[in-house]
Structures are given as structure tokens and as C-alpha cells.
Design a protein around this ligand. Structure first.
Ligand SMILES: Nc1nc2c(c(=O)[nH]1)N[C@H]1C(S)=C(S)[C@@H](COP(=O)(O)O)O[C@H]1N2
Ligand SMILES: [Mo]
Length: 431
């Protein structure tokens, strides 16, 4: 991607410049970053297959599955990669499309009834970067990660993007504490909620304009461990992940981590937005009529670094690998079943379990019979949570945490060319 200092302008301004009306979200492909937006280039030809409307970075099909305006990471693409997720493998969840902001025009405005001076306070990019910085590792995981298994595993109907397990990534985020910014802006002790809002286009849902993406955050969490991040894995944030500044709310559902941050309302009364009233609550027969309380923390999960439906060769050692995580506490153990849940074996963990992160795990497996098998992985964390067999239904399919039954086929060597390509032989040691 181009260096941030040569960014042309914001997408909305580009659209104005070329006389385009931003119709519905995501109708236009991401515009190329270049000096003259009027010059025709190959980038204006029909989008190649490996792009999603509105996402800037390349989305090679071996790494990503495109789901509307979003890109899910194929879990097998994490195999043999480190504990941190590089940008070229990090999932993208966009309500509309990625804006290309210029950090020189960018301002963060902090405003609202719970500021001592009652006057908005602006921070430039340079001012934010000159405040004391913190660096921490945290996963960002969509509240809907695993949603498709409500249908495929529990036979239940849910709405929303049918993610498998790849709407998660782990990165090292560097930025300033939200607490420091709020104190500099003069936050008063009367503050109840803060509401960060993105600079991406307004979100239109069912013909209704819900405004720009924003979601209230209780002041206690805001003053605790939330950061305003400007770096991801040691580089300036990429466009798709919130350049120039995004919120990172460790252990909370992804929607809390607002990208392309533009302003933060600081209020002495509780705040609402569609993202904490109509979305990101649990609705349905098992929940109160107005829904549960707004969702906060993510759950726990584990996943195999194998395609769903992978073919593995019989009578040969395989090394099953995957990742496990929990938002509540460090992972304690990962158990694997290769016989549909009758027997469980403990996987070896390859990272020190930490809160907000994930651990890589592996287990040798030597299948002796051909045929379909369901592989199961089950995480337990140090707070005593363990993945259940079923997740209670909710209409929007949030917080799936049940053990996923991962289908594979054990095949005879003659039909195993697919397996041979995707499964390197068991190496006998762990990296
Ligand atoms: N401004 C803005 N912030 C946003 C979103 C968005 O569409 N606009 N999507 C949210 C959701 S639902 C998720 S899961 C995460 C995804 O972060 P990523 O795209 O960097 O992986 O960003 C959150 N922040
Ligand atoms: Mo999300």
C-alpha cells in the first residue's frame, strides 16, 4: 500500500469529484489510491474475482472467502504462521466500505455533556502520536464469528453474515490509552458512557439510514484498557483496519473496536445507537422481548487449520493443528476428538496462554480407516469455562461458542492427491 503521507483524499471526496452519488453501501469498488482520480486506469475495469466491494487490500482466494462487503480468513491459511496475524491474512468486517483517509486532514473530536469545559476538544494525528504510547496484543473477533454453525450444526435460522470461524485475527496494537485522551479532554466524574464513531459512510439497513457506525462504551471500560491504536504489528494501520486511528477494546466483540475513528461523545447520561439496541443483543424465544443487555465480552472457541471437508490420507501420520482462544481468561486446555466425541485427547499448546490472545495447538493423528469423520476441538479456560455442545439460539446468531464438528474425509492413498498437497507430512516435532 502507498505510504500514508501520499494519500490523495478521502473516498467520499473522490466520489464528489467524479460526480458519483454514493448510492447504496458498497456498490462502487474501492477507488485506487493515486494522484488523479479522473485518469482511466485498469483499476476501473470490472473488479477481479479476488476483491470485495470496498476493501482495499488484495484478497487472494486461497486466503479469504468474500462475504458481501466482508472478507473471512480461511482458517487453513493460519497454518504454519505465527501467533500474530499479518495484515495479508487479517479478516475485514466493513458495514459499508473502507475510506481512504489522510492523516493530515484528520482530527479526533471529543465532545459531549460530560466534558468539564463543555467545549469540544480536537486532537490531530501528530498530537495523538506525541502522547505516551502503549503496545498490546489483542484479538479482534466479530460477534458473529461461527454464526453459520447455528444453521449447519443446530438446524436453526439466524440472520447475518454466515461466517465459519475465520472472523478473528490477533495483532500487536500500538496507540494511546483512551483514558489519557479523555483526561486531556477534561472528562468529568459525571461521565456514564462514551461513544466512538467512525468516518466511514452512513450505514443503510433495510432502506433506513442508521447513520455512521458507532456504539456506546461504558465509562468504566473506556477508562480501563481501551486504546486508540495507530499501529498494527509495527506498521501504521492499513486502510482496511482503520487508518489513521481505530479503537481497540480488548476481549469485547469486534463492533466495539470502531475503525476510522472521527469523534467520541462523552455523556453524563446513557447513550444509545442501533449498534447497542437493534444489533449486538440476544433476541429470540430464550431472551427478554427487548433483547438481552448489550453484548460486551466475546466467548471461547477453537478451530482446526484445515478446510471444512478436507481430505486426509489413511494409514499415514498427520499433524492436526489449530488455534484456541477465550475472552474471559487464558486458555487452560484444548482437547481433540477424532471419533465424534467418544474419546478426547489433550493437544499440545505452542504459545503461553494469555488473556486477549490465542494459542496455537497441535496433535498427531494416524487415521486407520477411510470414510467421513468429524473432528472436534474443545477449549477450556482458566476461569472454568468450557465450550458446550450447543449454543442457545439467538435470532442474529451472535456468540456461537459450541464445539464445532469439523467434517473431513479419510481417503485411500490413490485418491489422496488433494490431501497430499494440503497436508505436509507429520514432522515429528513442534515449532
Ligand atoms: N467504523 C467502523 N468500525 C468498525 C466496523 C465498521 O464497519 N465501521 N466494523 C466493526 C466490526 S462488526 C468488526 S467485527 C471489526 C472488524 O475489524 P477488522 O475489519 O479490522 O477485522 O471492526 C468494527 N469496527
Ligand atoms: Mo463484527
Amino acid at each position: 500500500m502507498p505510504s500514508p503521507s501520499v494519500l490523495p483524499t478521502r473516498r467520499r471526496e473522490l466520489l464528489k469529484l467524479i460526480g458519483a452519488v454514493p448510492l447504496a453501501a458498497g456498490v462502487l469498488p474501492a477507488l485506487p489510491a493515486r494522484a488523479n482520480p479522473l485518469a482511466p486506469t485498469p483499476a476501473e475495469a470490472p473488479a477481479p474475482a479476488a476483491t470485495a466491494p470496498g476493501i482495499v487490500k488484495p484478497l487472494p482466494p486461497e486466503t479469504f472467502t468474500i462475504r458481501g462487503t466482508n472478507a473471512e480468513t480461511r482458517f487453513e491459511a493460519f497454518r504454519d504462521t505465527g501467533a500474530l496475524t499479518s495484515v495479508d491474512r487479517f479478516f475485514v468486517r466493513n458495514h459499508t466500505s473502507t475510506p481512504r483517509l489522510d492523516e493530515n486532514d484528520w482530527r479526533l473530536t471529543v465532545w459531549g455533556s460530560a466534558l468539564g469545559g463543555r467545549r469540544p476538544v480536537d486532537f490531530s494525528y501528530g498530537q495523538l502520536r506525541s502522547l505516551p504510547s502503549v503496545t498490546r496484543t489483542a484479538v479482534v473477533e466479530c460477534a458473529g464469528n461461527g454464526r453459520s454453525f447455528f444453521a449447519t450444526q443446530q438446524g436453526e435460522t439466524v440472520s447475518g453474515t454466515p461466517w465459519t470461524l475465520g472472523a478473528i485475527g490477533a495483532a500487536r496494537w500500538r496507540g494511546v490509552r483512551l483514558r489519557d485522551v479523555l483526561h486531556r479532554a477534561g472528562v468529568s466524574s459525571a461521565a456514564v458512557d462514551v461513544m466512538p464513531r467512525g468516518l466511514d459512510d452512513e450505514f443503510i439497513s433495510g432502506g433506513v439510514n442508521l447513520g455512521r457506525v458507532r456504539r456506546p462504551l461504558p465509562i468504566a471500560k473506556a477508562l480501563d484498557d481501551v486504546i486508540l491504536a495507530y499501529e498494527m504489528n509495527g506498521e501504521p494501520l492499513p486502510y482496511d483496519h482503520g487508518f489513521p486511528v481505530r479503537v481497540i477494546v480488548p476481549s469485547w466483540i469486534g463492533i466495539a473496536s470502531i475503525k476510522w475513528l472521527g469523534d467520541i461523545e462523552v455523556s453524563d447520561t446513557p447513550l444509545e445507537s442501533p449498534w447497542n439496541t437493534q444489533f449486538y443483543r440476544l433476541f429470540g424465544a430464550d431472551h427478554p422481548p427487548a433483547g438481552s443487555q448489550p453484548l460486551t465480552r466475546q466467548t471461547l472457541k477453537s478451530a482446526f487449520e484445515l478446510p471444512l471437508g478436507a481430505a486426509l490420507e489413511v494409514d499415514r501420520p498427520h499433524r492436526l493443528t489449530g488455534r484456541a482462544w477465550s475472552a474471559a481468561a487464558p486458555v487452560r486446555a484444548v482437547e481433540i476428538s477424532t471419533d465424534g466425541g467418544a474419546h478426547w485427547r489433550r493437544a499440545q499448546l505452542h504459545d503461553t496462554p494469555r488473556r486477549h490472545g490465542w494459542v496455537r495447538w497441535s496433535l498427531p493423528w494416524h487415521p486407520r480407516r477411510t470414510g467421513p469423520v468429524e473432528l472436534l476441538a474443545r477449549t477450556t479456560d482458566r476461569a472454568g469455562n468450557r465450550q458446550p455442545e450447543r449454543t442457545p439460539h439467538n435470532t442474529q446468531g451472535y456468540l456461537f461458542d459450541a464445539v464445532v464438528r469439523h467434517p473431513v474425509t479419510v481417503v485411500a492413498s490413490a485418491n489422496a492427491h488433494r490431501a497430499a498437497r494440503s497436508e505436509p507430512p507429520y514432522k515429528g516435532h513442534m515449532s
